[in-house]
Design a protein around this ligand. Structure first.
Ligand SMILES: *[C@@H]1O[C@H](CO)[C@@H](O)[C@H](O)[C@H]1NC(C)=O
Ligand SMILES: *[C@@H]1O[C@H](CO)[C@@H](O)[C@H](O)[C@H]1NC(C)=O
Length: 178
């Protein structure tokens, strides 16, 4: 999904929004019966070679299966890391689908599961669904539609922003009602 999105977002737009995100506050906030957890991680994606983590698996016959070609379906199994580097400690795995869903190739529907493996959230999952749009200064916002383990009953939003050619910064803003 990173390649998909980095080809949609020009790299020059990254930095403004990155700074805004990094400046954001407390990871856990309690407001009445509502708990808001904010996690900031990085998705690493390889789209070619023997170790590819995201591949096109279907598309319109006779057309190139590409990140901006309507109808192309990608399957991804991408590591999630603490910092924006492939050698950074792994905190989870992101697995799912991306479907180029607008005729002009500018919108991609995504549906994926995030399984956390770091100590704090080990084994908990988040389910994500939404549409990633063509580049703008703002990140793409998709829904957190559910979760399991420590994230059971979760709702919220995930903000996706390309960081480099093969890395996407994802900020999860998770709401829990207990
Ligand atoms: C693929 O992964 C293996 C195992 O981690 C590694 O030894 C190899 O160098 C990688 N190949 C490429 C082309 O990155
Ligand atoms: C996460 O849970 C698995 C399975 O119970 C365990 O093997 C692993 O060591 C745990 N990892 C961390 C970082 O606690």
């Amino acid at each position: 999904m990173a390649k998909l999105m980095s080809s949609l977002f020009p790299v020059s737009l990254l930095f403004l929004s990155m700074i805004a995100f990094l400046a954001q506050a407390a990871p856990v906030e309690q407001v009445g019966s509502e708990k808001i957890i904010q996690l900031n991680y990085y998705l690493i994606e390889i789209t070619s070679g023997p170790n590819a983590t995201a591949v096109p698996v279907a598309g319109i016959a006779g057309q190139l299966w590409a990140p901006n070609t309507f109808g192309t379906i990608f399957v991804g199994d991408d590591p999630l890391t603490e910092r924006p580097s492939a050698s950074s400690p792994r905190v989870g795995q992101v697995r799912g689908l991306a479907v180029v869903s607008s005729k002009d190739g500018s919108a991609t529907y995504v549906s994926f599961s995030v399984t956390l493996t770091n100590r704090e959230y080990n084994g908990s999952t988040l389910q994500i669904q939404g549409t990633v749009n063509r580049p703008s200064r703002r990140p793409s916002v998709v829904s957190i539609v559910g979760g399991t383990g420590k994230f059971e009953g979760a709702r919220g939003s995930a903000f996706l922003q390309p960081y480099s050619n093969s890395i996407i910064q994802i900020t999860y803003k998770i709401q829990l009602y207990k």
